[in-house]
Design a protein around this ligand. Structure first.
Ligand code: CDV
Length: 305
């Protein structure tokens, strides 16, 4: 039996602050439905796919941002997406801002879920590598307040048996850290679903847009190759409330090569038939962890910041 998964990277164009949830959800439903029309098994949406990238704004109280978060999933506002998955028999991976009630204490996470073709949540990941700062930076053209709005994820790096393979998730800045992919790779991951919101401008570094796009692909391609896994990296792109977010949505094979890539900065599906069996050679030969990794010499990796 072949293990070919037809995957849609479901890139979103900008979601502006003036866009209500009622404006946004039909765009996701349309993409999911179009992906089902293309015969896809799974559609991958970006990070914070239901809202603008609100960490760019400072709000004096965390609760001022509550409308950007979901407390339950599916919430009534998102139910139509789950219904489409069930009706059209297509899975999806979705990023959103989560408020969890942990024994009376509210905790906020940047979260991604994996949903089956039956509309069941199969796995949840909470972003570990939160970039930016927790304090307002008045001199910056926009903020990057992820450390203010979110806590570090507490679910580790789960990998589950799903869609005929081993599936893991990570979110945006996680893609720049080799530890992310290795944590997934050590669990035999064959498909990483990954959403991002990445501005072309980095207010804290002198980097050209070309360098920014190069780094975007470099880290995902390296992660794919070194762990012999498919990586589906999906942007929220375009000019969102005055900040230009990069596109570059791509489906990357276990060889590290980009197999398919977006051509716009708007809502767009990038579809590719991902053969999960192509992960096997790299895992058994060039990157055979059992034979070639030397964890006894890697102590500093887990002991040093
Ligand atoms: N959402 C993100 O995590 N974005 C970061 C930017 C802000 C540096 C990224 O790594 O793309």
């Amino acid at each position: 039996m072949t293990r070919i998964l037809r995957i849609a990277a479901a890139q979103l164009g900008p979601i502006n602050r003036a866009d209500s949830r009622e404006d946004v959800l039909p765009r996701l439903v349309r993409l999911l439905s179009d992906a089902a029309d293309c015969g896809c098994d799974l559609a991958v949406f970006p990070e914070l796919a239901l809202t603008p990238f609100f960490p760019r704004w400072h709000m004096p109280s965390l609760s001022d941002a509550d409308d950007f978060y979901d407390r339950e999933m599916p919430s009534p506002k998102v139910e139509a997406l789950f219904e489409t998955a069930r009706n059209r028999k297509i899975g999806f991976s979705l990023g959103y801002a989560e408020i969890a009630d942990a024994q009376g204490k509210l905790r906020r996470y940047n979260t991604q879920i994996l949903v089956s073709k039956e509309g069941e949540i199969l796995s949840k990941y909470r972003k570990v590598h939160l970039p930016g700062h927790s304090d307002f930076k008045p001199g910056d053209p926009f903020q990057n307040l992820e450390k203010y709005y979110f806590e570090v994820g507490d679910l580790g790096f789960p990998v589950v048996d799903a869609f005929g393979g081993r599936v893991g998730m990570c979110i945006c800045n996680d893609r720049r850290w080799p530890e992310t992919y290795r944590m997934l790779g050590l669990q035999g991951v064959e498909l990483v679903t990954l959403g991002y919101n990445t501005p072309y401008l980095n207010p804290r570094a002198d980097q050209t847009p070309e360098q920014r796009m190069f780094h975007n692909h470099l880290c995902m391609q390296a992660g794919a190759y070194q762990n012999s896994t498919w990586v589906v990296g999906v942007a929220k792109a375009g000019m969102e409330d005055g900040v230009e977010l990069m596109s570059g949505t791509s489906i990357i094979g276990p060889s590290g090569e980009i197999k398919a890539q977006a051509s716009t900065c708007g809502d767009e599906l990038v579809v590719f038939d991902c053969d999960l069996d192509q992960c096997t050679n790299g895992k058994t030969e060039e990157f055979n962890f059992e034979k070639n990794r030397r964890p006894e010499l890697y102590g500093a990796l887990a002991q040093t910041v």
